[in-house]
Design a protein around this ligand. Structure first.
Ligand SMILES: Nc1ncnc2c1ncn2[C@@H]1O[C@H](COP(=O)(O)OP(=O)(O)O)[C@@H](O)[C@H]1O
Ligand SMILES: [Mg+2]
Length: 271
């Protein structure tokens, strides 16, 4: 089977950051569900080999089902939850073994995820990238040349420098950066005041430097952390929460404002 994502109309969004722990997987998961809640068909690849966390975040415990397992190239059907079909490196790693994937294996695994999985033709494919700028980024660029990169950062100015590396990498492999998401931007206390625990301005500054929009600022909320463990992400568990509304806005920006422009020719007007 061929890789369907090189020439179909699926929008591929690669969610990247310069380092781990900034909330990349949380953003990928909640954004994927928010896009699905808008009516889009959404698929996701958890390509973070060191910290595959999307199955847990989405509450998926079933591995992919394998069709025709005895054939030379069996087809996999991805499990799904909350409207998001998912393939994760985690489905193929055994709990009792440390994951020591090397570049070529990762490359092969990613290729297999794209070619041996029955994805259909989703409107969006989100890829939770590993932190940093290693081999997987190169493979993603090669297999998904139309991927648009969303860079996740935290508000402190030092983090923005780290996140910038992900953007430089994108440029090097010829992927377009579509926008920045700032995560853990503030904590809203019982007094309803927003406390900027990790400083401020990092997301906007990075967006300015990259000349892309700041897609949104996601607050630090305990429910987001809990949702990551319970399999009920905040956008599902509490759709009216401040953070959930922000994810919905980010989804809307990506799906509508930043949709690839259709070529409009007045001469082709239907009369
Ligand atoms: N906005 C947030 N509010 C509260 N906790 C968050 C938020 N974003 C992420 N977290 C928590 O921080 C930790 C790291 O987030 P994660 O999405 O796994 O980061 P990454 O994928 O970048 O390593 C997780 O425990 C997650 O639940
Ligand atoms: Mg992660």
């Amino acid at each position: 089977m061929a890789n369907p994502f090189t020439d179909n109309n699926t929008r591929v969004l690669a969610i990247a950051s310069g380092k781990g722990g900034v909330g990349k997987s949380s953003v990928t998961t909640n954004l994927a569900i928010s896009l699905a809640l808008r009516g889009a068909t959404v698929a996701a690849i958890d390509a973070d080999v060191w910290g595959f966390s999307m199955p847990r975040m989405l509450g998926i415990t079933e591995p992919p089902t394998v069709h025709d397992p005895d054939s030379e190239r069996p087809t996999m059907f991805p499990p799904s939850a909350h409207g998001v079909s998912l393939i994760s490196m985690g489905f193929f790693a055994r709990d009792d073994q440390p994951v020591v994937w090397r570049g070529p294996m990762l490359h092969k695994a990613l290729e297999q995820f794209l070619t041996d999985v029955e994805w259909g033709t989703p409107d969006f494919l989100l890829v939770d990238m590993p932190p940093g700028t290693g081999d997987v980024s190169l493979s993603v660029a090669q297999f998904l040349p139309r991927a648009e990169v969303v860079v996740v950062t935290t508000p402190q100015l030092a983090a923005q420098k780290v996140a910038q590396r992900a953007a430089f990498m994108a440029k090097k492999v010829n992927l377009a950066v579509v926008g920045v998401v700032e995560n853990m931007s503030w904590f809203r206390g019982d007094d309803n005041k927003a406390y900027e625990l990790f400083g401020s301005g990092g997301g906007q500054e990075l967006a300015n430097e990259l000349e892309v929009p700041l897609l949104g600022q996601v607050p630090l909320v305990p429910e987001l952390c809990e949702g990551g463990d319970s399999g009920r992400p905040i956008v599902v568990a509490d759709p009216n929460a401040e953070a959930s509304k922000i994810f919905a806005e980010i989804a809307e920006k990506l799906a509508v404002e930043l949709a690839p422009k259709r070529i409009y020719r007045p001469a082709l007007r239907i009369t």
